[in-house]
Design a protein. Sequence first.
Length: 366
Amino acid sequence: MAVAEQRASERRTSPVELLWDLVFAFALTQVITLLVHDPTWRGFGHSMLVLALMWWAWSAFVWVANAFDYEERTLRLVLLVAMGFIFLTGLAVPRAFGDRAVLFAVTYAIVRFLHLALYAEASRRGNASWSAIAGFAVTVVIGMALLVVGSLVAVGPRTVIWVVAAAIDYAGPAWLTRERLRGLQRVAVAHFAERYSLFVIICLGESIVAIGAQTSLHLSAHTLVVFSLCLLTTVGLWWTYFDELSTTAEARLREHTDPVLAAADAYSYIHLLIVAGIIIFAVGAKFSIEGSAGPGGLALAGGVGLYVAGQVGFAWRMVGSFDRPRAAVAIALFALCPFANDLAPWLAAAIVSALLMTLCSLTAAR
């Protein structure tokens, strides 16, 4: 029994989960497209709402896959079916607040209900607690019903209804079933931490694709300079997460006395800030490289600032200490935001890159 438990706790990401991630990577590029097409505060709100919904669906499947053995047939089948629906959801993302709202809402709701069905099967096998599942299933049903209803009304009311739907869905495990959530399942730590780390890598890869596509179209000196600075920033984003933070957090989760709640807070919730930061940064890099009118500097500084702030929260929840260097850099980046659009694109990119490289130096020296 001890050997079986150790093998389960050390299992890694399966090939079908990697395929599942690639479909979500497509959906993330669609969120970037949504924000690029409407670079206003309204468009920003719409994009972040869609991102929050997509992130929650992805994270939910990480949890349920964590409750199954490596590549069980049931898990593989449901993931493949859900993959098809989430691909349709991704296709609808750029016009989710237009004529594809119903397609977005219905396909997304199907994916969330497939997740609940998979969790019910995990509970039947004794791998997850039915009381915890039943608790947050209520909020899923309410949230998805509101999502579909919202898709049938005008854009203004739709946005409000979808925000309420997302809030209810997020609130299920966060507050309504928190005590029961403690006994949800046994966390396979290696698999769990690796899933979120891989997704950060995928998001960083998508940001490189997004900015690289622009560079290939305009090979001017300005383009190459800004691209090089944005690529350096991407390296810094990778460094600050993977140099020591991700491994330290995994080690702490392995020995945590309350692993389910710690994992829910640090990974499911706080990692949304990290992923959102990457998406916003990619949009800023695109505008800055193009040299076109748009919130390039603001998105660069704000996106990287949000990413680093997310790391501060992640470190605080998992390591139990306040990371002063990261907090200082995040504050500096947020302070730059009001002035970033008034700077030349290369200068804004250079300042953001320099602040992040400073943080890399400070973390490497510890």
